[in-house]
Write a protein that binds this ligand. Structure first.
Ligand SMILES: [Zn+2]
Length: 321
């Protein structure tokens, strides 16, 4: 998911897409109320997708589009409930994009493109067959299609507006407050405890490499001290995300350090050992909103997709587009 795009929350949303009916997630009555969502009046919704490799603009039904995103974004091993939760998040994210006045010049005003670093990942069934072979592609697609069909039309609202349903791969213990990533509060994107076993990764750099990368990024540092003193004063929040770190006398935010050194997340330790700077990183992604691997763990624990959405999007309500 694209970090630049998902930070944009300033578009004004109309009430034109108000749900036919809305249910509160997570309380005891949620199941009964959401089952009463009347889908008989659901209308088709089309979306334009720009294919970067060919320059082609494809028009797709939004439900077919969600299938293509899930083929690209959801591991084949994922449980159905986790896949359904991600389907609702992707559909919501896409509906919000449809409502936005923003012109996406990078893809000639198409609503979305197929570059996961800019919008969302995208893979057609034919592409899946050529990559994975027909057997795996078919079993993946069949499961995804079932999950998309069973959640057809369902999206999330907060105070009557379609939410910014951002998601990420995994967090280390807690998701992140939107404010700590984008600088402003979003009431339904607040830190919550998340159960997944997060991935760990490591980035190792010689002093000369660290210095070169910082200089290329235009960060002015003072490297006159001995190397082992270049990085100091690491400040973390109570959940282990790096708030700031001082490198060569210049204080950088954890987020900026993540960008500069291409770290998987802002949950990291930095140490200097045997002439090397070593970043040990936990989790993958910006940490805001729904955690995909968190959903998978919750599914294994017997939770429903509605409970997952309720956890990761605090106070959001399930409705129809
Ligand atoms: Zn894009």
């Amino acid at each position: 998911m694209n970090l630049k795009m998902i930070g944009i929350l300033t578009a004004i949303f109309t009430m034109l897409l108000a749900p036919f009916s809305v249910c509160f997630l997570g309380d005891g009555q949620a199941e009964a109320k959401s089952d009463s969502l009347d889908k008989s009046r659901l209308e088709d919704k089309a979306i334009e997708v720009y294919i970067n490799a060919t320059g082609e603009k494809k028009e797709l039904d939004i439900e077919d589009y969600v299938c293509c995103v899930l083929l690209a974004e959801v591991p084949e091993s994922f449980d159905e409930e986790a896949t359904k939760a991600i389907a609702v998040a992707v559909r919501t994210y896409t509906c919000r994009r449809l409502e936005s006045d923003e012109k996406y010049t990078k893809h000639f005003s198409a609503h979305m493109c197929d570059d996961y670093t800019h919008c969302l990942g995208f893979m057609t069934y034919e592409e899946a067959v050529s990559r994975w072979g027909e057997k795996l592609a078919k079993s993946s697609y069949d499961k995804i299609k079932k999950c998309v069909d069973e959640t057809k039309g369902e999206i999330l609202y907060y105070n009557g507006n379609v939410i910014d349903a951002v998601f990420h791969a995994s967090s280390a213990g807690y998701t992140e407050d939107a404010k700590n990533v984008w600088g402003y509060d979003i009431p339904y994107l607040v830190s919550v405890e998340t159960p997944e076993k997060y991935g760990e990764s490591r980035v190792t750099l010689k002093g000369s490499e660290l210095r070169e990368i910082l200089e290329k990024q235009g960060v002015s540092c003072n490297f006159e001290q001995a190397e082992e003193k270049w990085a100091e004063s690491v400040e973390k929040d109570k959940r282990g995300r790096v708030k700031s770190i001082c490198i060569g006398g210049t204080t950088l935010t954890g987020r900026r350090v993540r960008e500069i050194f291409h770290l998987e997340s802002t949950v990291f330790d930095l140490k200097y050992e045997d002439g090397l700077f070593i970043f040990d990183v936990k989790g993958h992604g910006h940490g805001v909103g729904l955690s995909q691997y968190g959903c998978q763990q919750l599914a294994l624990d017997g939770k429903s997709y509605k409970e997952m959405l309720s956890l990761y999007y605090t106070g959001a309500e399930l409705g129809l587009y």
